[in-house]
Design a protein around this ligand. Sequence first.
Ligand code: PRP
Ligand code: MN
Ligand code: MG
Length: 175
Amino acid sequence: MADKIRVLLNEEEVDRRIKEIAEQINKDYEGKAVHLICILKGGVFFTCELAKRLTVPVTLDFMSVSSYGSGTESSGVVKIIKDLDQPLEGKNVLIVEDIIDSGRTLAYLIDILHKRNPNSIHLCTLLDKPERRVKKQVKVDYTCFTIPDEFVVGYGLDYDQKYRNLPFIGVVEQQ
Ligand code: PRP
Ligand code: MN
Ligand code: MG
């Protein structure tokens, strides 16, 4: 049976908020270039929407990590499936994620990326679920939306790999 999905944040709300965050980033990085690191797969839709609205010079790289397996609970084991193509030395890195949940993925990533000597590392996420945080040291610099502890899909977020392409944020309702 098809899953029932309730809209939590509609397309217009999401687009408007991404525009605001992009304007903030343009101000904060004025006179500098920003190196966006998209965390695949979830971060891909948000990265594209955000990058289109940045007016500071942008370069892009991608990293694929997985912490979830096929369940809905973070396992704590983060696996690098695809590493970055380019070095980070001297760059102003902005990590772009779809969601920060337990914070395990980012705690691990920030540790390894720091060792590559970037000029700075900041973190930008579409969604944040602070109630679920296990790794309290993960500080988010740019958050589009803080949401309650519900299982969300769309805009890159999946349920068993499905629904990433929805142009809004939805909650999968228990049947
Ligand atoms: C999800 C999400 C974040 C991470 C957040 O990715 O996209 O990257 O989990 O969870 P955490 O804060 O508890 O670590 P996932 O591992 O499901 O891979 P995906 O992006 O390919 O769906
Ligand atoms: Mn992810
Ligand atoms: Mg996932």
